[in-house]
Design a protein around this ligand. Structure first.
Ligand code: 2HA
Ligand code: ZN
Length: 270
């Protein structure tokens, strides 16, 4: 068996959480990541027949039975993942009953997966239905994104338009736009279901007064989506009240045409 701490997927989790912490996006135990792994790849590092514990999930994830995920732990700090991945991360497999998860590695102190596990698993189900190569769900509390959401309407087309208008990268990086949920109680199946509903069409979903979800085929894609929103939200907040130039809709359409992209319908008026 190879050393699991050297596994590329563990290293990727360590690097992502460390970066996010240092960017100031994930204070204390804020934020969580789940990453669907390839069974054969995990099998090089772990005996897949050895289940450490079975952890109930409290919801039905039948569509993910047998799928393996590496997931940040509940109450754990992103800042600490890099130095102690085995305590702060866990590798779980959705069990045959669809409502529990088999721990294969990690959560060494008796812990379990993030409180946002329902939102993560339900989002994986939704994204896999539109993209079979989808792998990563990432949740974070980036400061400027939350600030911008605090002063903007929760209308997702309006919010998307404001981002697109503030930075030419945006329409190219997320032509599909940003979904926005109203303020809800987090850590519940209800917010999980609402998030997954948005994930049918969006790779990015803002949780009002809380943070953002990004998804992707790779860690870089999920991270890059959130990073682009956060950078642009920073521009928006720095310029707010002093704006002279916003990107006109004709230019946004020109960018979409240039890159062969279909922008979220109902945002541009050209
Ligand atoms: O786990 O980010 O949404 C901490 C959170 C909850
Ligand atoms: Zn959160």
């Amino acid at each position: 068996m190879k050393n699991i701490k050297k596994a590329p997927f563990v290293q990727e989790m360590c690097r992502a959480t460390a970066n996010m912490y240092r960017l100031g996006w994930d204070e204390r135990n804020g934020g969580n990541i789940s990453y669907m792994l390839d069974e054969k790849e995990v099998g090089k590092y772990l005996n897949l027949n050895k289940v450490i514990r079975v952890i109930p999930t409290g919801f039905d994830a039948s569509k993910l039975i047998g799928k393996i995920f590496i997931v940040t732990g509940t109450g754990k700090y992103f800042k600490n993942v890099e130095t102690d991945p085995e305590t702060n991360l866990g590798i779980v497999r959705i069990a045959k009953d669809g409502t529990s998860a088999e721990l294969l590695w990690g959560y060494k102190d008796g812990g379990k997966f993030t409180s946002e596990f329902p939102a993560h698993m339900m989002s994986h189900i939704a994204r896999l239905e539109v993209d079979s190569e989808h792998r990563v769900v990432m949740h974070s509390h980036p400061t400027y994104t939350i600030a911008m959401n605090t002063i903007c309407s929760t209308d997702e087309k309006e919010f998307t338009h404001k981002l697109w208008q503030s930075n030419t990268e945006c329409i190219v990086v997320f032509p599909d736009g940003v979904g926005v949920l109203p303020c809800m109680v987090c850590g519940t199946n209800e917010i999980g279901e609402a998030t997954a509903e948005k994930m049918k069409t969006f790779r990015l979903v803002v949780w009002t007064n809380h943070g953002i979800y990004g998804t992707g085929r790779t860690m870089d894609e999920a991270f890059g989506l959130i990073e682009t929103v956060e950078k642009t939200a920073q521009i928006y907040m720095l310029a707010h009240g002093k704006v002279v130039n916003v990107i006109p809709d004709e230019i946004l359409k020109g960018l979409a045409d240039l890159w062969g992209l279909t922008p979220l319908e109902g945002v541009l008026e050209v």
